[in-house]
Structures are given as C-alpha cells and as structure tokens.
Design a binder for this molecule. Structure first.
Ligand code: NCD
Length: 373
C-alpha cells in the first residue's frame, strides 16, 4: 500500500508543506470544525527518548481531533529492554493503531519503522539527525509571524552539530527561495560535514558563518536559538566548555530589527535570558502553540491518505491523489556490504542492508545521512 510517512522534512514537497500550513491555520481559526474528524482513530506515541513538549503536543493534537492515544514515554517501559528490534515493535504496534509518532535515540529508527510497519509513521526526532514536525512548527510560526517563507535571513545559533531541529530546518528551507543562513556556533559545534557540503551545493541557499551574535543580529529576520545538546556529548568537560557560549539578552536584542523574531524549539537552558521573554519579538512560546496545530494537520492528512489507499486496494483504482509522492526508499538504493560508521545509527543494531550509492560513487547512509566513503 502506498501510504505516506513523515520521516524527513523533504518527504514533503513545497506545495505539500504549504497545504499543511494552510490546514493548520484553518484549524487555528475553526477548531470546532475538526474536533471529531479522527473519532475512532488511534495514535501510538513510541518515545524511546525523553520529551515533554513533543509527546504532549502529539497527544493533545490527536485528542483535539477526537482521536485517542496509546504508547510509552521511555524505552525502559517497552520491550526494547527485552531486546526487541524497532522492526518487530512496529509490526506489532501497527495492529493496534492508525498512525505512529516515534522518537528514538538511534538515527534512522523511524525510517526503519516506516519500512516494516503498515501504518503511517511520523518521526518525532531521531538522535541528532532529524525532527520534521519541529520544522513544520517553525515554518508555520515564521509564516504566521512574518507572512512569508521566501527571502529570509535566518541566524541559526548554538549547537549546530548535534541539534536535529537545525538540520531539519535547513533541509526544509532548501525548498524555498532566497534563503540566507548565518551559522553562529563555536568551532566544535559547527554543522556536520554532510550538511555543510549539501549547503555548498544548494542552488537556493547561501550561508555565512559567525562566532558571535552581536556582529550579525542586525541583519536577521529570524534568530533561531538552540540549546547545547548535553546528552549527545561523549566528553562532559567539552560540554562544560561550550555550554554558555551564546546568551541572547536585551542588549543584543536592542540592535536587532523591529520585525526580527526569536525562535527556540525549547527546552531552553541558559541561551536566552528570561528578560527577553517580554520582548514582543520573542516568539518561542507562540511557536509551541503552533506545534500542536501543525501536528493536527499532519496526523489528519496522513490518516486520510492511508485510509483512501486502503479503500483503493479494495475497490480498485478509481480514487486518485493529486499530491502523491515517491516513497522514501526507491530502487535507487543498492545493496552493499559496507556498514555505516556512525555509532548511533540504527543500521548498526538492526539487520538492515540498503545503502545508497550516489552518482559520484559516495555512499550515503539512508538512515542517518552519514557519508560512508
Ligand atoms: C528539541 C528536540 O527534542 O530536539 N526539542 C523539541 O522537540 N521541542 C530541541 C532540544 O531538545 O534541544
């Protein structure tokens, strides 16, 4: 069955992202119209890694559509503690629910789930790799606050190495026009090489790098602050050295544009001083609110597509979709004996085999995007 998943932001075309944003805006304007549309449907939240916002936001989203939610909030309370693979867990859970939201510390785990399950899978964050629903949240927020998603100067500040929200936002914005990123990070927290080389090759995106906020803030339309991702550091001392590398305060805000907005996926640690919260340009708590509505739009859309596909498989081909996309894994993936060198990639702990050989002979791991040779 040709069901759709949301594993990477680029699984959606620009037109589809815009459709989801319009749907979310309609849900914000007319919540009562949608309060029964998922009646009788179930969402499973499979969270193998801690979360407050994302899990509760998925739960609230499904409840506001009239649906129900089952799941677990940490790996210890699931069969993974008995050694069960993601592939087996999803085959089991697919029997109980209509859609799954999965967060996992292993990069590529939600992609594995989408390959082995029979219901739509939404990636709710996999390691340092990707976080597409946070990105959709960010895009809805920028669209609501600034009225556009093209022609923007966006400062990405903090942990650009481990911050999955930054990685996904960059990928998604590569579908839009006239985007310039200012990458603000210390040397040891710069974007991973695979992302920097994608940026260099991108036709739509330009970027510059900076080691401080002060010298660049006045040029920005959006300042996207991020937390230093303590849990992903192998060396605690290295974390201590860079944990307070950037702190946004009122002084710095005083030189920003009147229309600049500050975003943060939250949780915040020290990187935004609380005095900034009262500034009308601080949009991070409004961003949280948008997260629930964009997840409502995504859940509703993916369930609808899956149900129409189910009908199609029973009654034949009469129903057509206008926005059908190629499934995530296509025949471009060739078998190879090579294994991924990323220690937190799911392909090292589950019996998988498909790696992608690029035109130039490089092998990209399809699960975590790591460049293998
Ligand atoms: C982010 C995440 O989990 O990656 N938070 C979120 O989903 N709202 C950012 C973070 O943990 O720093």
């Amino acid at each position: 069955m040709n069901i759709r998943h949301c594993i990477e932001p680029t699984d959606l075309s620009r037109a589809e992202v815009e459709q989801l944003i319009s749907l979310a805006k309609d849900m914000i304007a007319h919540p009562n119209m949608y309060k029964e549309v998922c009646r009788g449907r179930k969402l499973a939240t499979l969270f193998y890694e801690p979360s407050t916002r994302t899990r509760l936001s998925f739960t609230a989203a499904m409840m506001d559509l009239g649906g129900e939610v089952i799941g677990f909030a940490d790996a210890k309370s699931s069969s993974v503690s008995k050694g069960e693979t993601v592939a087996d867990t999803i085959r089991v859970v697919s029997n109980y629910v209509d859609i799954v939201a999965m967060r996992h510390y292993k990069e590529g785990a939600p992609l594995v789930a989408s390959q082995y399950g029979s219901v739509p899978v939404i990636n709710a964050g996999d390691g340092s790799h990707s976080h597409p629903t946070q990105t959709l949240t960010d895009l809805l927020t920028i669209s609501r606050e600034l009225g556009r998603l093209d022609n923007l100067v966006i400062g990405l500040c903090g942990d650009l190495k481990y911050g999955r929200t930054v990685h996904s936002l960059i990928n998604a914005l590569s579908m839009f026009e006239g985007i310039h990123f200012v990458l603000i990070s210390p040397d040891n927290l710069k974007l991973p090489d695979y992302m920097l080389s994608a940026l260099r090759e991108s036709k739509n995106i330009t970027y510059t790098e900076s080691k401080e906020i002060e010298s660049v803030i006045s040029s920005l339309d959006v300042l996207y602050m991020t937390r230093v991702q303590r849990e992903r550091f192998e060396d605690e001392q290295e974390y201590e050295r860079c944990k307070d590398c950037f702190i946004l305060d009122s002084n710095k805000m005083s030189i920003a544009k009147d229309k600049m907005i500050v975003l943060h996926p939250l949780p915040r640690v020290n990187e935004i001083h609380p005095e900034v919260d009262n500034d009308y340009r601080a949009a991070y708590f409004r961003q949280v609110g948008n997260g629930k509505f964009i997840r409502m739009a995504l859940i509703y859309t993916l369930i609808n597509i899956a149900e129409r596909e189910k009908i199609k498989s029973v009654v034949g081909n009469e129903l057509e979709f206008t926005n059908q996309q190629v499934p995530v894994l296509s025949s471009n993936y060739e078998k190879t004996e090579k294994v991924c060198s990323n220690p937190v990639c799911i392909s090292n702990s589950e019996p998988l085999f498909r790696l992608q050989v690029n035109k130039d002979g490089h092998i990209l791991c399809p699960y975590c995007d790591n460049l293998i040779v």
